[in-house]
Write a protein that binds this ligand. Structure first.
Ligand SMILES: C=CC1=C(C)c2cc3[nH]c(cc4nc(cc5[nH]c(cc1n2)c(C)c5CCC(=O)O)C(CCC(=O)O)=C4C)c(C)c3C=C
Ligand SMILES: [Fe+2]
Ligand SMILES: [Fe+2]
Length: 356
């Protein structure tokens, strides 16, 4: 299950998509009336034409890269495992319901479905909203099969191996720094998801200090993936960086901001940069347009000489194998990779509960 894209690059389709996306209370966590006025009155009308132009610059003849690559990944996994594989999207199509119906039509005796979120890290606005939406649609449809889902895999050995191998060839080139750029979230989301309510962004070095909060802390999980990849690939300190992209609005989001770092790096002597985006499994608008087009332009404009975006895992054979290993484990009754519960159920009332 991935995020989803508009049906086409036409402004009305982009408007419909942005409306569904941004009216999600786990993405813009404001009271419904305020959110509706903000999203329908300001963000969608102003953003849709710009987003449509951005989508046009990455769209392929088969459609949105995110959907096309998700479909290719499903086909590759289908070849690797005995079980049938279909895709679902959080916004747009195919919805989890359409995916469940398709599976059930072809396999009327279906007993269990395993959902693999295309998000290695837990965030209220990505992993949690996808899983909760699939759970809702599963319950509403009264399907005769059980639904289980893979937990965030930011520190999973098979995932990290695939990610490292997808990056390794680029490290043989002449580069000054590799920047790990993750999709950002508002800092507020991190405070809300802290099940201890006293750890995240409240203590110096919180992401390196053991805490029960880390099970649901997006920043900790992105930090862990970065440190593990750097360690496994032997990238020396000073040759890697960590930042967050795609900020929307004026509230503080996780920092440092990728856009700002790409302008600062040439002045710090980093003239040749590699950028990896591990929050995304499939290349999409945020990697192909925001990083490879806009990010490159601002880096070069600030004095950078060479900019290389490392593709996402997409259909990398080791990534397909990693997923196949989880499916095979599930088939054998191993529950290690299954998610149980969500931050949404654990944080004290008066925080995440407020958003609904
Ligand atoms: C408040 C706004 C947003 C939050 C929070 C957010 C979190 C978040 N998003 C992804 C993954 C993707 N986001 C993508 C596009 C996108 N994201 C937002 C806003 C927020 N995302 C918008 C408005 C858009 C649409 C495009 C635009 O107008 O900028 C995509 C790409 C989709 C595609 O079709 O290619 C992905 C993927 C994560 C992982 C995340 C939290 C961790
Ligand atoms: Fe996003
Ligand atoms: Fe944290």
């Amino acid at each position: 299950m991935n995020l989803g894209s508009p049906d086409s690059t036409e402004v009305p389709d982009v408007k419909r998509y942005l409306d569904e996306f941004l009216m999600d209370g786990r993405v813009i966590d404001k009271p419904w009336l305020f959110r509706a006025m903000l999203v329908k009155g300001i963000i969608v009308p102003f953003r849709a034409p710009k987003s449509a132009e951005a989508y046009k610059s990455i769209w392929t003849k088969e459609g949105s890269p995110l959907i096309v690559l998700s479909e290719q990944l499903a086909r590759a996994l289908d070849q690797e495992v005995e079980e049938p594989v279909v895709i679902a999207m959080r916004y747009g199509t195919p919805s989890p319901r359409e995916a469940f119906d398709k599976l059930l039509q072809a396999h009327p005796d279906l007993k269990e479905v395993l959902l693999i979120p295309m998000y290695p890290h837990y965030a209220m606005s990505s992993y949690e909203t996808a899983v909760e939406y699939a759970k809702e649609q599963h319950a509403e449809g009264r399907y005769p099969f059980r639904l289980e889902y893979i937990k965030p895999y930011y520190d999973n050995a098979e995932y990290l191996e695939a990610l490292c191998e997808s990056i390794r060839p680029y490290l043989d080139t002449d580069y000054d720094q590799i920047l790990f750029s993750y999709h950002g979230v508002p800092e507020r989301h991190i405070y809300k998801g802290d099940i201890t309510q006293q750890h995240c962004l409240k203590k110096e070095g919180c992401c390196d200090t053991p805490s029960a909060a880390h099970q649901y802390c997006y920043r900790h999980q992105c930090w862990t993936t970065t440190k593990e990849v750097a360690r496994r690939l032997g990238i020396p300190d000073g040759k890697w960086g960590f930042s967050f992209q795609s900020r929307l609005g004026r509230d503080p989001w996780l920092q440092p901001y990728t856009a700002q770092r790409l302008e600062e790096l040439p002045k710090e002597g980093v003239k040749k940069v590699l950028v990896a985006c591990p929050a995304f499994i499939s290349d999409c608008l945020e990697t192909l347009e925001e990083i490879a087009e806009e990010g490159k332009e601002s880096f070069v404009h600030a004095g950078g000489e060479s900019f290389t975006m490392i593709p996402c895992l997409n259909v990398h054979p080791l990534w397909v194998r990693a997923m196949a290993t989880w499916v095979e484990g599930f088939r054998a009754g191993n529950t290690d990779m299954l998610q149980r519960g969500s931050a949404h159920e654990l944080v004290p009332k008066g925080s995440i509960m407020d958003i609904i």
